[in-house]
Design a protein around this ligand. Structure first.
Ligand code: PLP
Length: 366
């Protein structure tokens, strides 16, 4: 299994010396999965329960429900709060995974796509002013940058933290991301901090909402009948996720050290990624070029040095464009997307690879 199998930007045979991402699968991880397979328990079971308990303990006081994906977790967060099939309005940032739209629509709600802030790439609370009543906000901590939860809190009855890119991080006040909103969602997709292939975790602060989530997550819960979907996580996947969760602190330290090393290597004319704050765990390391031409020069330079660098996402993937909304209403996202250069930063990156990336960064052209 490699993350690159799931990443169409890196087709087989086009491997750079330093890929953009790759999973860290240790002997402990392999032993944990083998043990799960030998146990004969393949469906959701004791290892899934142990993973939920580990999250509930770390993010206390929160109830934890393991799910089949981050998308499923977001959908269930809305359903758990009673918003399912109500058409409720849910704000999402335009710079984000299309899973945000999928989850809102799958829950029978209505997305309101909002522009982002230049510094953090997170939903800009000021852009919500005067846009009408709102039922929920999905606050993505993009690339690990904490969303402005205190500004968002009063704007909607339900605040969902999307922690798919921020596992283990804290905001500027030292609060653990995932413990501030009413609900929080994590993804265990192959390129995430916990890379179990697929899977996720949903945290809930409220017991009643949590019970509601369980009913929707598990078709085996048959006390009452409601139409629902199977959102369970299997035990071998949970075993892999739990093994990785146990070394989370080491992994986050490695990511933080890599970001610091890259920043130290930058030449004077290149600013470090904006928005990096103490306590946050860098999920990506994204430089901002002055314009599209410089973005191209930087990507070409890094690739020539054997370092996989990407423009992150094409403008057509911005969520407002996916919905056919006018680009002029999203000036910040439109501007930023053509200037971003993402540099490899992941848990499995070796010291040799980090050295190669840092050396390439030092030589970035004007
Ligand atoms: C910010 C964000 N939200 C949601 C998701 C969806 O997670 P999943 O792929 O596990 O459904 C992802 C990642 O894929 C993500 O990066």
């Amino acid at each position: 299994m490699t993350a690159r199998q799931a990443d169409p930007r890196h087709p087989a045979g086009a491997d750079p010396a330093v890929p953009h991402n790759g999973p860290l699968v240790t002997e402990d991880d392999i032993a944990a999965v083998v043990e799960a397979l030998r146990s004969g328990w393949l469906a959701s079971g004791p290892r899934t329960a142990a993973l939920e308990a580990a999250f509930a303990e770390r993010f206390s006081p929160r109830y934890a429900c393991a799910v089949s994906s981050g998308t499923a977790g977001l959908t269930l967060a809305l359903r758990g709060a009673g918003l399912g099939d109500t058409g409720a309005t849910v704000a999402v940032p335009t710079y984000g995974c299309s899973a945000l739209l999928d989850a809102v629509l799958a829950a029978g709600c209505t997305p309101r796509v909002v522009d982002i802030t230049e510094r953090t790439l997170n939903l800009d609370p000021e852009r919500l002013a005067g846009t009408g009543p709102l039922d929920a906000v999905i606050a993505v901590h993009t690339h690990g940058h904490p969303a402005d939860l205190d500004a968002l809190r009063p704007l909607a009855a339900l605040l969902v933290e999307d922690c798919c890119q921020s596992l283990g991080g804290r905001d500027e006040q030292g609060r653990l991301l995932g413990t501030v909103g009413d609900a929080a969602v994590f993804s265990f997709y192959a390129t995430k901090t916990i890379a179990a292939g697929e899977g996720g975790m949903l945290l809930q602060a409220d017991r009643d909402a949590f019970d509601h989530i369980r009913v929707h997550q598990d078709p085996g819960a048959r006390e009452i009948y409601i139409p629902r979907f199977n959102h369970r996580l299997s035990d071998p996947a949970a075993a892999l996720a739990l093994s990785q969760f146990r070394r989370l602190d080491r992994v986050t330290a490695h990511r933080t050290a890599l970001a610091a090393r890259y920043t130290a290597a930058l030449p004077p004319h290149v600013a470090p990624p904006p928005g990096l704050t103490p306590g946050q765990v860098p999920y990506r390391y994204c430089l901002r070029a002055a314009d599209r031409a410089q973005q191209r020069r930087w990507i070409d330079h890094l690739r020539a040095a054997g370092v996989s660098a990407d423009p992150l996402i094409p403008a057509r993937h911005l969520l407002h464009r996916q919905l056919g909304l006018p680009p002029a209403r999203y000036p910040v996202a439109e501007r930023v997307v053509d200037r971003t250069v993402s540099v490899p930063l992941f848990a499995a990156l070796t010291q040799d690879q980090a050295h190669r990336v840092a050396a390439a960064l030092t030589g970035l052209p004007h």
